[in-house]
Design a protein around this ligand. Sequence first.
Ligand code: A3P
Length: 287
Amino acid sequence: MSFDHFEYKGVKFAHKVHSEKSISYVENELKVLDDDIFNVTYPKSGTNWMIEILSLIKHNGDATVCQSISSYERAPWQETIDFPEQEKKLTQPRIISSHLPHHLFAKSFFKSKAKIIYTMRNPKDIIVSLFHFTKILYIFKESENFQQLIEDFVNGNALYGSWFDHVKGWMQMKDDSRFFFITYEELLKDPRGSVVKLCKFLGKQLDDAQIDSVVKHSSFNSMKENKMSNWTQLTSDILDHAKGSFLRKGVSGDWKTHFTVAQSEYFDKIYQEKMKDLNMSFSWEQF
Ligand code: A3P
């Protein structure tokens, strides 16, 4: 089972979760507040990990809110049909998640002082994570096989569009003082250092014990045990809990156990071609 998809300005979305109205609401009607914090990602890049980190920073390392309100209510996805209702319950500073590409983002953001945190991940690990996730979350369409998923991914035939367009679109903001980007790999390698950098960007002063608490409660194991963060509360018409869990492995480099040498070379070639005009380098580019 999966939800039917539709296109909005060239990007794929899922019926039942999104509608033309819900996406257009963000683009044209959402009133962005100056202290809003947007958690923007391409799917499977670490969106929920960042929700946890930002929620904990907002509450000075106190995990009570993370343990009593679900992650998707704490930092709802602005492009979904449910968002206008969820928005009413948010407290300032609001943490708002989004998978929207740059060209569909809230127009009012660009006139505000609100901030964006953009988390990126090795696209090969995104493909692996997606491969497993599309089997359990109905908003995605399951590919026939892993090779097909790689091809769909490189051709942009995917929910929320092309990863390459997403990254290139958002990187137009890389020198903007309201924009902070970080990688999943950096979060894994140096969680504490990453939290310190995030606090600095957000203008939030936490002491050492509070920072330690943010790191502790946003770890993979803590999130996996927290029913407000591990998605076990989602109903079975949205996620098939029998087939797998949302917090799957939480590692980098899992692509090596899924890609054949030929698939890896095929992907690398397309990656190099599509990314060459970006003039940026990332830790996973060791071709
Ligand atoms: P895997 O499927 O590779 O395990 P998103 O939130 O954007 O959907 O991303 C989900 C991916 O982030 C999953 O990757 C999930 O396990 C991983 N993840 C979530 N929380 C994490 C954490 N605290 N530490 C490491 N990885 C985490």
